[in-house]
Design a binder for this molecule. Structure first.
Ligand SMILES: NC(=O)c1ccc[n+]([C@@H]2O[C@H](COP(=O)([O-])OP(=O)(O)OC[C@H]3O[C@@H](n4cnc5c(N)ncnc54)[C@H](O)[C@@H]3O)[C@@H](O)[C@H]2O)c1
Length: 411
């Protein structure tokens, strides 16, 4: 299935059937509630003029205001934004976050823009979106956006309304009303989930052999947490390729080199491994934390890990999911495993609304309780209905959305 939105709908209907979800709710969830499709213009530094496609999708808001990321990427499509809006609806629902799913973005290569140009399109995105505020829709960050763009978006929103309102935009730095712990939230959430899953599948993490694909914000963070508790991270990779050491890599040392700008393939003194070979290594735990569709029908049969925890969004295709299930390899799905960022965005909102800012211990304590709660709810349903964790996570989420939709009398 090539169309990303069709694949998302396929997942929706499969889970809906397995979970016996009200067909009217599935019908309602088969398209977004609201789509904004608009233009963002830019006067380039060199005098050129550009018009970019921009979108914001409010997928479903039965559980609360729509929330989540804004993607600045050159190949953005409305179907991709719709699919991501549905995924966020599921991720918030399974995590117990009182929010609906939203997503948006601009079809632009942000890496080719100067800071002034990036500021201009970030502000223009907010002006042209005409956001209705934190009770309706809250844009956060995603690929190509981050602290800088979110600070400009917040400032633009506040300039328009004339009111300070940190809860209107997510993923801001703490200096403008963001939360501490946001940068590590996804990696830390994956760490908590990995501890739960390792216990349920009888894997001793102390000394466990771990492979991590992707050594960016998510991959390096989870590799480091596991290294700290004595796991042997035997292989890691980035877009340039991977490195392997069966005795365990020195993750803090590697992180320093990568933060300084090194690519893994250029590091001297390491045995190299390709991204494809890395996924097929014999190990206790495999964490794909880079891009989508890396475990697919071509390599799923050769995966030898005892447990897969999805750090990236959509790293396993539906066909590969079936193959891994037949092989008895449990997969902890993205909607549960990498929900830490979305959960901590919720804490960012609470802190913005109350003007009461928490310390890191408070953020981490709440994250652990909330994300492991999502894991347990999904695990219990997977045992009860004999489903994969992916299907059970969707069923848990759909039941929660369904209840809210029905109580509101929408179907
Ligand atoms: N950052 C978050 O809070 C967050 C939250 C939820 C999900 N995710 C997902 O996690 C994944 C990683 O996000 P991130 O924030 O760490 O990104 P990042 O840009 O910080 O790091 C990505 C890493 O993957 C590597 N990479 C890129 N393309 C690759 C390829 N084709 N093969 C192998 N490696 C490749 C990069 O070199 C880099 O090491 C993405 O799928 C993202 O959607 C991130």
């Amino acid at each position: 299935m090539d169309n990303v939105f069709e694949s998302a709908l396929d997942a929706l209907h499969k889970a809906g059937k397995k979970g016996n979800i009200n067909p009217r709710v599935l019908k309602l969830l088969s398209r977004p509630k609201r789509v904004s499709d608009f233009a963002v213009t830019l006067k380039r530094d060199n005098g050129d003029f550009e018009v970019y496609d921009a979108y914001r999708v409010a997928y479903n808001d039965a559980l609360g205001p729509t929330r989540d990321g804004t993607r600045f990427v050159p190949n953005l499509s409305l179907d991709e934004v719709k699919a991501l809006g549905l995924f966020m609806t599921i991720k918030h629902a399974v995590s117990g976050v009182p929010a609906g799913g939203g997503k948006g973005g601009i079809k632009v290569d942000a890496s080719k823009l100067s800071d002034r140009e990036l500021e201009s399109i970030s502000r223009s995105f907010i002006r042209n979106l005409k956001p209705k505020g934190p009770g309706v829709d809250v844009p956060g960050a995603d690929i190509g956006t981050g602290y800088k763009t979110q600070s400009w978006m917040l400032d633009e929103y506040e300039q328009i309304t004339g009111v300070h309102c940190p809860q209107a935009i997510n993923d801001k730095p703490a200096a403008v009303g963001g939360t501490v712990g946001s940068a590590e939230a996804t990696g830390l959430g994956i760490f908590y989930i990995t501890q739960e899953a390792a216990r349920d599948h009888e894997i001793e993490l102390d000394g466990a052999e771990v492979v991590v694909q992707g050594f960016g914000q998510v991959g390096a963070t989870i590799a480091n947490y596991l290294h700290e508790i004595g796991s042997k991270v035997i292989a890691v990779s980035d877009i340039s390729g991977g490195i392997i050491d069966r005795d365990g890599l020195d993750i803090p040392e590697l992180a320093k080199k990568v933060e300084a700008g090194a690519l893994l393939k250029d590091l001297e003194g390491y045995e190299q491994v390709s991204n494809e070979e890395l996924l097929e290594l014999d190990c206790d735990l495999l964490i794909p934390a880079a891009v989508q569709n890396v475990i697919n029908k071509n390599n799923a049969d050769d995966i030898k890990a005892d447990l897969v925890v999805e750090g990236a969004n959509g790293p396993t295709t539906p066909e590969a999911d079936e193959i891994l299930k037949e092989k008895g390899i449990p997969v902890i799905p993205d909607v549960v495993a990498n929900a830490g960022g979305a959960i901590v965005c919720h804490y960012e909102r609470i802190q913005g609304i109350t003007d009461d800012y928490w310390d890191i211990e408070e953020v981490e304590k709440r994250l652990k309780k909330q994300i492991t709660g999502a894991y347990s709810a999904s695990y219990d349903v997977s045992q009860e209905l004999d489903l994969s964790m992916r299907h059970s996570a969707w069923v848990v989420a759909l039941k929660r959305v369904s209840k809210a939709v029905e109580m509101r009398g929408w179907v």
